[in-house]
Structures are given as structure tokens and as C-alpha cells.
Design a protein around this ligand. Sequence first.
Ligand SMILES: [Zn+2]
Length: 312
Amino acid sequence: MILTSLLVSLALGQEGSTPYVRSRVAAGNASAQCLYWTVPTITWHNSSVGNPDTALEAQKQREFEAIRASFQSWQRLFVSCGNLRFSEGPLVDDRKVGYELRGDNNRNLVLFRSTRCSDPDVVPASDACWIDDTCGNDYDCWDSDARTIALTLTTYDEKSGIIYDSDIQLNASGFVFTTVDSPQCIPPATGRDNTCVSTDLQNTMTHEIGHLIGLDHVPDDPRSVMFPRAPSGETSKRTIDEGSHQFVCEVYPKGQPSQSCVTPTLDSSGNTTVLGKQSMGCSSSGAGAAWLPSMAGWALLAWRRRRGGARS
Ligand SMILES: [Zn+2]
């Protein structure tokens, strides 16, 4: 409770703009527990497939480098004032996102999905996975809105808010991910040859890693890496803003435990762990106009969360 009050006063002290917003076990409920990691090291893995749409091996490596650079940007902040670090694990063949309490195959995974589940050639409309919400994993396809650029699926303890697992999916079925610094792609250039910036991979990943460590969107500050808009051609989110830096220092203070928002209560019933899941991502609409300089490519973006069924 003390921390909740502190965060409110900090937010009010920033001349109207919120430095950062924490993700909660109940989405958008400011009195609910926050999400946070307690491990000293978060190990993450790239899928060995890389981007299936990328044919050139050299470009695949550039994409892996862009993902690595995104983690390194956050890592630098953790080194300066935080209590955890990132470690890149080996490439893995695993293509499944999510977490199982008793599973032995849980990893923090970064992967591209290059086909759409909604394509009837990929997933039959009658498949039971639509009811079970498992099509993405079952068919290795993008199961969200076509305009969503990426999704971070986080699994956590409903009571304590402690994060167990977080996986990032990149929507290669709807976006061309590029790694060059400039210029912005102007049609008919698509960025497929990586000679212009379409959807910058590092820009996208830096934002998604913010979700992975427990950040929610900051809707009122376009300077924030957690601002819920990311136009085609944007690279500014490669650089982490002061407010998000503040989050690292305050929520993961160096030499101290990670900070919850509500003091976790001990479960009197003993051994039940209830897992919650949230899926967060930014979606882009109006792609056809996103390249227009007059609009600065500011596609409308939305975020969505999906709460899965709790499991024990
Ligand atoms: Zn987002």
C-alpha cells in the first residue's frame, strides 16, 4: 500500500505526464497487484527459425542482432540501477508460447509467426483449437488481429504478481520487419529487401521487452517507449526514455528485492498457485496511409489484453 501511494505521488510530480505505468494482475485496476520478476537473471531464447520470411542468412543474423540490441538497451539500465540481468540462451526449436506450472519446457521465447491462423488453408474453421484458444501453438500461426505488430504473453502468479514466464511473438504475417536505420519506406518500397525502414524490429522489440518486465502502456507521453503507437518507419523507441528508466530503478532497485504494489498475503490454504495470463501488444490500422509524411505515418494503435483461464 505504501508503494501504491508513492507511485501515485510520483506520477503527479511529473507535470501531468506519467513516467511509467505498471502492469497489474487485473488489467487497468490501479489497486490490484503489479507484475514483476523476482529472479536475478531472465534467460531468453530466439527461435532457431528466425523470421521465416527472411531468405538471406545474413539478414536473419541482422534480425537476431536487432533483438539482442533491444535486450541490451534494457540491460544497460539494469546494470546502472537495477537488480536483474538478461542472458541470451541458445537458439531453440520450440515454437510454443505460454507456460505450464509443471512443464519442463518453459522458456522465455522470441519468435516470428509468418502465417495467419485465420487463413482457412492454415487452420480449418472447424478445428477445436478455436474454442481452446490454442491455434497459434498448434499450427504455429499468428492468432491475433492482423494489424497487431507483436504480442507479449506473460504468465504470473495471480496473488503475488510474480512473473513466471514471458514470450514475445512478432507478426511477420502482417508486417515487414526491417533492421536498417533509415530512410523510411515510401511505397512502392516495402522494406522486404531491408533498404528502408518499414516496421523496425529493434523499435518493436524494445517496446515488447518493456511489457516483458512488467510495463503497461503510457498513453499520454509520445516520448515513452511504452507509448501505444508505433508508426511504420519509426525507430525512436530503440532509445529508452527517462520514465521507463525510472521504472527499472524503482521497481527493480539495485541490491534490493523487486517491488510489488500490494504486500502479498500468504495463502492460508497452503499449496495452490493460480496462474494468470495477459497478452499485450500494439496494433496498427490504416497501414495504407501510414507512409504519408503529412500524417507522419501515425497509424492508429490499440492494445489488447486477453486473460486466459486460470490454471492450478
Ligand atoms: Zn504495447
